[in-house]
Design a protein around this ligand. Structure first.
Ligand SMILES: Cc1cc2nc3c(=O)[nH]c(=O)nc-3n(C[C@H](O)[C@H](O)[C@H](O)COP(=O)(O)OP(=O)(O)OC[C@H]3O[C@@H](n4cnc5c(N)ncnc54)[C@H](O)[C@@H]3O)c2cc1C
Length: 359
């Protein structure tokens, strides 16, 4: 609480410990929920995955158990974009109707949305009727962050063997601060022509980068690397600049719990809409109070949603609490004795006197 960074080095230190995890600044992240989450989950190891089969491999393997080796089960519709979810018939016991951009329609009494908070905020999908106010408030209360991992390739490795490099920009906090050596021991092989460094940009700075061309970003990071390693370094041969916010299927990278968002807002975020035996459920990483922003949170919430739907189909739909008018956090008063109040007042007068003296 007493940490107030004032120098570029302190900014970099703080960025590494906060922004680089939550993809938002300390003044945006909830102390109780975001920082609290990290304190509760920090493990001893921090692993960086370089498996070339990609992150989707895990899910494809899982899906094969249900949809067959070639994923050709007609129930599975890959690369199909949802345009509208119509739950207007719920009250009269009718199904929810999902329409896709290629004109297909699907109907069912239970539908699970796993759209990111960013997709929901951006209103890329139409809900009929519009989502209730308590739901919209929750969607807009939470943050969809942008965590941009920029990969830069060189013909030769001019940086050292260590995994991390830090740059403390003298003027702008969070400008290309944390660099990672992708050819560090245990990562990609050394001594080839594929020499990679990765630098992370977050939040406003990442969104600003998304609007630049690849060549503009390449030139910028080249200038920073020259400041770090001197003017004799070679020019980058290639660059990868992800643009998560501009992607209509993501609209950012993962959610964060901002200052001011309460548990009730979060309950509303995950609460279903519908009626009777027809419900539109909301799942995905953001719905996990413990592990929002993480794959594990998405996994847990997927399991929760599936369990809920199974219970509903068995005629035992769990009840849900919705907070229709969230005001503020419930607070417990701290009672001071008269003596405490007296001491406080004296203190205030003394400070006022102090200010006058300085004039
Ligand atoms: C750069 C980056 C770094 C990350 N680092 C880590 C990390 O180190 N550790 C960690 O645990 N997590 C990390 N995450 C977060 C993790 O990837 C997410 O929390 C997780 O993937 C969320 O899963 P999800 O199922 O909730 O959402 P998503 O994976 O976003 O799945 C939502 C799906 O909905 C689809 N979709 C969206 N709109 C439509 C539409 N209109 N119609 C049909 N389909 C649609 C999308 O295509 C997507 O497949 C990182 C994420 C990014 C982007």
């Amino acid at each position: 609480m007493d940490w107030i960074p004032t120098s570029p080095l302190q900014w970099a230190y703080e960025y590494y410990n906060v922004d680089w995890l939550f993809a938002q600044t300390p003044s945006e992240s909830s102390f109780a929920n975001a920082f609290g989450q990290e304190a509760g989950n920090a493990g001893d190891e921090d692993n960086f995955v370089i498996d070339q089969r990609g992150y989707k491999y895990i899910f494809v393997q899982e899906a094969r158990e249900i949809f067959g080796q070639n994923l050709e089960d007609p129930r599975l519709h890959l690369s199909t974009t949802v345009k509208t979810i119509d739950y207007s018939a719920a009250e009269s016991g009718g199904d929810i109707v999902v329409t896709t951009t290629d004109g297909q329609t699907f109907s069912a009494p239970h539908v699970i949305s796993t759209f990111s908070v960013g997709v929901l905020q951006n209103q890329d999908v139409n809900f009929v009727p519009k989502l209730p106010d308590w739901k919209k408030e929750a969607i807009f209360t939470f943050a969809m962050t942008t965590y941009q991992k920029i990969f830069i390739m060189f013909d030769e490795q001019f940086w050292g063997p260590e995994q991390y490099m830090m740059y403390a920009d003298p003027d702008q906090r969070g400008r290309y601060t944390v660099w990672q050596n992708i050819n560090a021991p245990g990562f990609f092989p050394q001594g080839t022509t594929a020499n990679l460094v990765m630098v992370t940009a977050i939040d406003d700075f990442a969104r600003r980068n998304e609007k630049l061309t690849d060549d503009e970003v390449k030139e910028e990071v080249y200038q920073i690397l020259k400041e770090m390693y001197g003017n004799d370094i070679p020019k980058p041969t290639d660059i990868l600049v992800p643009r998560w916010t501009l992607d209509p299927l993501y609209r950012g990278t993962y959610s964060n719990w901002p200052i001011g968002a309460t548990d009730q807002h979060h309950d509303n975020l995950g609460a279903p809409v519908g009626s009777g035996n027809t419900w539109l459920h909301f799942s995905g990483e953001a719905m996990s109070a413990e592990l929002f922003g993480y794959v594990q949170g998405a996994w847990d919430e997927g399991l929760n949603a599936a369990t809920t739907v199974a219970a509903c189909l068995g005629g035992k739909c769990p009840t849900v609490d919705v907070f229709e008018a969230v005001t503020t956090c419930a607070q417990t008063a701290t009672e001071f004795t008269r003596r405490d109040v007296g001491t406080k007042r004296k203190g205030m007068l003394a400070r006022r006197g102090g200010r006058r003296n300085r004039k």
